[in-house]
Write a protein that binds this ligand. Structure first.
Ligand code: GDP
Ligand code: ZN
Length: 350
């Protein structure tokens, strides 16, 4: 859109301010909140003064455009390069709302976009992307130290999903009270070395919960992990009944009564304690085959080598002069991680 049209659409400035962070802070009578739920034009916005059911200002619907190609700009403000035809806000967005009657309001501006608007930053243009759950910016993968024994091939698969969506990942090793065996401690050190933070917790003994809480603050996180590792116990340990509530919503969404648009976010106590998303959208992620197109890139430690292979489109499995394979042979790339890559690349799954 041209500058001129944009200016025309937003005038007069006093009654129709630009939806930028600076402008948004000035909007008289409004308060800031986070969209925790929404569908078909109605949004539940949680504010420090309580939750409001909100519609969205029609003007905002027309105006809001995002720099889809620029994640940083999209996070901070709405700037125009591409017109959105559907709702310009989604779960996880931080917005300014104008309260109307008690319990209700109107969304006037977007302050920051949620980080997990999946697909926005995908470099593979034209790929048929699954737009999973909006709002999530951190994946918390949960495994148990024992009972059940951690399946690190599955962890690698989760990391691929997260890398593909450019989500940050936290590795949470629960049931630390049962003891962390030396082989596992070694493996965790490898993941730490790759830049994935690892937190040891025990929901049962109350260990590591403050650290976990700190990592959840100010973010919207989804917990993903095999059953029995203690995901709901952890959530309950963080906040009474939270595991129960997240689980109940996840169960109903998985029956198809809601679409991913109906994803719920659960606030954590404390000033900007963060939010926990239910798992409906994350389940949708699991069937996303899009990562296969750039599976090698999703193994973050491969990236420095990808341009060094002799063949473009190298599978890194058998080609001559493959820089990735060479790095795995010397141990510069961890061999177990390379083996995981091979399994996924060959479609061997888990
Ligand atoms: P989920 O399926 O991942 O949600 O796992 P649950 O929260 O239902 O926990 C599965 C089992 O592990 C339950 O019997 C819990 O009591 C137990 N559990 C959860 N966290 C811990 C922990 O930190 N230590 C130990 N020893 N057991 C735990
Ligand atoms: Zn290669």
């Amino acid at each position: 859109m041209s500058k001129k049209r944009r200016a025309a659409a937003t005038a007069p400035a006093a009654s129709a301010p630009e939806p930028t962070p600076d402008g948004a802070a000035e909007l008289p009578g409004t308060r800031e909140g986070v969209i925790v739920e929404g569908s078909r034009g109605f949004y539940r916005v949680e504010t420090p003064e309580g939750a409001l059911v909100c519609t969205i200002r029609g003007r905002l619907r027309k105006q809001l455009q995002y720099a889809l190609s620029d994640a940083t700009a999209a996070r901070r403000s709405a700037v125009g390069v591409r017109v959105r035809t559907h709702d310009p806000v989604s779960v996880g967005d931080r917005v300014r709302v104008l309260p109307t009657v008690p319990g209700e309001g109107v969304i006037e501006a977007v302050v920051t976009r949620a980080g997990g608007d999946f697909g926005r930053r995908d470099p593979d243009a034209g790929q048929d992307r699954l737009r999973a759950v909006a709002g999530i910016d951190q994946l918390v993968t949960v495994f148990a130290a024992r009972e059940p024994a951690p399946h690190l091939g599955l962890l690698d698969r989760f990391l691929v999903l997260a890398e593909n969506q450019e989500l940050d990942t936290l590795i949470c090793l629960n049931k630390a009270d049962l003891g962390v065996e030396p082989w596992l401690a070694e493996r965790l050190a490898v993941y730490r070395g790759l830049g994935y933070p690892v937190v040891l917790t025990s929901a049962a003994a109350g260990l590591g919960l403050d650290e976990l809480r700190g990592r959840l603050a100010g973010r919207t996180s989804a917990f993903l992990g095999p059953s029995g590792v203690g995901k709901s116990s952890l959530l309950n340990a963080l906040q009474p009944d939270l595991g129960l509530r997240v689980g109940a919503v996840s169960a109903s969404t998985s029956k198809g009564r809601h679409t991913t648009r109906g994803t719920h976010l659960f606030p954590l106590d404390g000033p900007d304690g963060g939010h926990i998303a239910d798992t409906a959208g994350i389940r949708a992620l699991a069937v996303d085959g899009a990562a296969l197109g750039r599976l090698d890139w999703c193994f973050r430690e491969f990236r420095p080598y990808l341009d060094e292979c002799r063949f473009a489109g190298c599978s890194h499995l058998h080609e001559p002069d493959c820089a990735v394979r060479a790095a795995a042979a010397t141990g510069a790339i961890d061999r177990a991680r390379y083996a995981s890559y091979g399994k996924l690349r060959r479609g061997e799954g888990e």
